[in-house]
Design a protein around this ligand. Structure first.
Ligand SMILES: [Zn+2]
Length: 486
């Protein structure tokens, strides 16, 4: 018996404040208990040889949609397996009542236990939820969801206000199942989030995530694009929801958050104009806790290079100039984290008319490979990549210090990554139930060869290892909480 349960030997570890250094990692009872040099195989019962490899904290993918278009239990099984491919060991998934997901409305006091029941025991990664209060009664549940259920982040969708969302027949009321889903509703959510934040005695963060697109402009521009009939595919889709709609939505959030002092996360900024508006919001409200997110696909795809309807997503895939602007924001620190916004959406849901095709697609399996390959090509340090995909989202959403960094006492969530071997993205490699990928053919290095969750290898050599052992993340996570070790 060694002093560790397992030891990760001979790798280059990325450590907070130190960057990439030669270091061994000792693990006991699911946590990191030692980081240093010269540990030996005799120190542990299990040895992970990481020589020539990077040793990174498991990534935190904070924007996910478990069960949006498929049975939530089946979706949890397949899509969290896909997370392991990308070195992701924690996800936080968005859930709301209304159309899709469980196709119902009601109090979260009843519905959230159902969600947890349907997911429990089926996830390969640790998981938590952000909840969207869609009806007024749910706004009154915010305080209790924070204090009792460990949900400390919520969501509002700016573009659901009054919009015909899914074709000619259904209006926003049918979609959200809400009486009044508008800025008044948003204002009341913000007030309740601020109140819940004030009730915290541990200083932990309660926040509101916002999908920033302005629906009244989307209505007009969609009409025009359809009438003109010139543009096609993702270029048409982008023109129907132009970057002005993000700009205006961010500005509206600025006024309301500036007034209420509600901590906000501006989700999936897709364009130069959206990023500019978000930076301006922060300049105007320096006292405000506002954090900025973008996605892998908004950093990777353009309608110029991939004008394929299967890439339909909200907000849309934009132009190359937007991709360049977002990378500048990633490099200069304006953008706090990069996520997948993973939503498993099969080809059959993408067929037919552009306007009725379902939005969203998967990407969680590419978190480390894409950010290591493209990020480093564009001059990001390894430490910055780790901040963007692990440390910063963990801090924003109540998971630090247990998640998001290789530190003593943290959960032993580790991705052992091969930076030298390059493979093309294929649907099969991603282990997702999605039958296509807009990232198909992209040549990426930085694939994890092993992913470790709380000290146990759960993914190796392209396949999951053992049963789904992900645990619910009751946030904020207590650093000394008992760990489930299977
Ligand atoms: Zn999303």
């Amino acid at each position: 018996m060694g002093r560790f349960d397992s030891v990760v030997l001979g790798g280059t570890a990325v450590l907070p404040g130190h960057g990439a250094v030669r270091a061994d990692v000792g693990v006991k009872d699911g946590r990191i208990v030692a980081i240093g040099e010269g540990f030996s195989a005799g120190d542990a019962d299990e040895v992970v040889d990481a020589s020539g490899r990077l040793v990174l904290p498991g990534a935190v993918d904070p924007h996910f949609h478990l069960g949006i278009y498929r049975n939530i239990t089946e979706d949890t099984k397949s899509e969290t397996a896909s997370s392991l491919v990308g070195g992701v060991t924690s996800i936080i998934s968005y859930f709301r009542t209304g159309s899709h997901y469980l196709e119902k409305s009601g109090p979260y006091a009843e519905i959230y236990p159902e969600v947890l029941q349907a997911t429990g025991g089926h996830s390969y990664v640790d998981y938590g939820y952000h909840l969207a209060p869609m009806v007024r009664d749910q706004v009154g549940e915010i305080s209790r969801l924070v204090s009792e259920d460990g949900v400390c982040s919520f969501k509002y969708y700016m573009f659901y206000k009054g919009l015909d969302l899914s074709g000619a027949s259904s209006d926003a009321r049918g979609y959200t199942m809400s009486e009044n889903y508008d800025l008044g509703h948003l204002f009341e959510i913000m007030e309740q989030v601020v109140e819940a934040q004030g009730e915290r005695t541990d200083g932990s963060r309660v926040s509101l995530s916002i999908h920033c697109e302005q629906p009244e402009l989307i209505r007009i521009f969609t009409e025009r694009v359809k009438q003109e009939g010139v543009l096609t595919g993702l270029e048409a889709y982008s023109a129907s929801r132009p970057t002005l709609t993000e700009h205006l939505a961010v500005a509206e959030v600025g006024v309301l958050a500036g007034h209420t002092r509600c901590p906000v996360n501006l989700l999936h900024l897709s364009s130069e104009e959206a990023l500019g508006a978000a930076v301006e919001l922060k300049r105007q409200h320096p006292e405000l806790d506002a954090r900025l997110e973008t996605t892998l696909h908004h950093l990777a795809l353009t309608y110029e290079s991939y004008n394929d309807q299967r890439g339909k997503v909200n907000p849309p895939i934009r132009a190359q100039s937007d991709v360049e602007a977002l990378w500048r924001g990633v490099k200069n620190g304006e953008i706090d984290w990069v996520c997948s916004d993973h939503a498993c959406c099969s080809e059959e849901h993408k067929e037919g008319e552009l306007w009725s095709a379902l939005p969203g697609f998967g990407g969680t399996a590419l978190v480390y490979p894409f950010m290591l390959t493209e990020g480093m090509r564009r001059g990001l340090s390894l430490e910055r990549v780790v901040d963007l995909v692990a440390t910063n989202p963990a801090k924003a959403y109540g998971l630090a210090p247990s998640k998001g960094a290789l530190t003593i006492g943290a959960d032993a969530d580790i991705a052992v990554v091969d930076l030298d071997a390059t493979y093309p993205v294929t649907t099969e490699r991603l282990l997702s139930a999605q039958d296509h990928t807009p990232f198909e053919g992209m040549e990426l290095a930085g694939w994890p060869v092993r992913t470790i969750l709380r000290g146990k290898t759960v993914f190796a050599d392209g396949e999951t290892v053992g049963p789904a052992s992900g645990a619910y993340l009751k946030r904020p996570l207590a650093a000394d909480r008992p760990l489930t070790i299977s």
